[in-house]
Design a protein around this ligand. Structure first.
Ligand code: ZN
Length: 99
């Protein structure tokens, strides 16, 4: 979950999701108003999460699933990914390089 490096204030799961869908590099702390950045390691993990539904498409085809089943599986994976992502978010007060 998102924790501010400056004040230690925690952002709720819903706030973390809101920050994720803004697709901004920086986010403002709800408690102290300080600008925070997503850490490089956390950014790498979340990009893997985003790739996960795409990686599973060929697997669904491999198991000879019908298009409807594939769609259902993909929707379930996307929902699971969105639900789990805030737990892997970490903030830092310095803008770290991407790699
Ligand atoms: Zn703060």
């Amino acid at each position: 979950m998102l924790t501010c490096k400056k004040c230690g204030g925690k952002l709720s799961w819903f706030d973390s999701i809101k920050q994720l869908f803004r697709f901004r590099k920086s986010m403002k702390c709800n408690h102290c108003g300080e600008i925070q950045y997503q850490s490089t390691s956390s950014r790498n993990i979340t990009s893997l999460f985003v790739l996960f539904p795409i990686i599973t498409i060929p697997l669904s085809v491999l198991f000879n699933l019908s298009p409807t089943s594939v769609l259902l599986v993909e929707v379930a994976i996307i929902v699971a990914v969105i639900f789990l992502m805030p737990f892997f978010l970490k903030l830092t007060d310095k803008d770290e390089p991407t790699w």
